[in-house]
Design a binder for this molecule. Structure first.
Ligand SMILES: Nc1ncnc2c1ncn2[C@@H]1O[C@H](COP(=O)(O)OP(=O)(O)O)[C@@H](O)[C@H]1O
Ligand SMILES: [Mg+2]
Length: 256
């Protein structure tokens, strides 16, 4: 089981779009996958859920309910969902005083038959994101190719280091994924160059283009692949997913 958290405390950088499409692409390749929606906004849940869920991530984190009872199937084969519900908005406050508040997701995810667990996180470094980082083996950071893209990343790197030195020594930054890339803008190219200078080989080769189809798909409750499999966005997410799969399997790069 490989647990991958998609995190960046900035909102609107493509975390949810990336988590949903990578999870859907992993599942489409026959890899049994669970998506954990740890964002109270529940955008991943809206796309993937078969029906409006009554329970999910909140019960796991705040009630320590068994995940096996709360995981549901999704609109896609091989892809299951632990859903975000309205209650999840209260989880930050409830967890703040709860015992073992950092490791609840991690405890809940032990012993599951999934090849991949993909966690979508909210735009903050609070207890929800911390639970994701403590549960994960890998972090993927989606980064929007625009000014200030690198701003705030020092804080995220610091948080990853802290989690690593305390509760989860296994945690690794798997890679940085450039998203919403507009090839017509020199600015985007400049940002991509800066990001490569800063993160080197950690940056995935695949760049996710800005694409109207990607922005439209969630409105139809579709992944990029099922909405328009030939679109540039669908193709890019398929390639990114293969890179993620390769990096999960490889061992050499992790020592770098
Ligand atoms: N590559 C892209 N091209 C165009 N629109 C995108 C792309 N990626 C995401 N979006 C849109 O941008 C918005 C923010 O993306 P989202 O994945 O929700 O970010 P986050 O989860 O980091 O807040 C959403 O409306 C989404 O549909
Ligand atoms: Mg999101």
């Amino acid at each position: 089981m490989s647990v991958i958290a998609f995190a960046n405390q900035k909102g609107g950088v493509g975390k949810t779009t990336t988590a949903v499409n990578v999870a859907a692409a992993l599942a489409a390749r026959g890899r049994r996958t669970l998506l954990v929606d740890a964002d109270p906004q529940g955008n991943a849940t809206s796309v993937l859920a078969n029906e409006r869920p009554g329970e999910g991530t909140y019960e796991v984190l705040c009630r320590q309910a068994p995940t096996s009872r709360l995981i549901r199937g999704s609109r896609y084969r091989n892809l299951d969902l632990l859903a975000a519900t309205d209650d999840l908005a209260g989880a930050e406050v409830e967890l703040a005083t709860a015992e073992g508040r950092y490791a609840r997701l991690s405890a809940a995810l032990a012993e599951h038959p999934y090849r991949y667990v993909v966690i979508d996180t909210p735009p903050s470094l609070g207890f929800l994101t911390l639970n994701a980082l403590v549960a994960a083996r890998f972090v993927v950071v989606p980064l929007q190719a625009e000014y200030y893209a690198l701003e705030g990343l020092a804080k995220l790197s610091g948080t990853i280091e802290k989690v690593r030195s305390s509760l989860n020594p296994e945690l690794r930054l798997m890679g940085v994924a450039l998203t919403m890339f507009d090839r017509r803008l020199n600015l985007a190219k400049q940002v991509a160059e800066d990001v490569r200078k800063h993160f080197g080989a950690k940056v995935f080769d695949t760049i996710i283009p800005r694409s109207v189809r990607l922005a439209e798909a969630p409105g139809f409750r579709e992944s990029a692949m099922s909405f328009d499999g030939m679109s540039s966005g669908a193709t890019a997410y398929d390639q990114l997913t293969e890179e993620i799969h390769e990096r999960t399997e490889a061992r050499t790069w992790q020592r770098a």
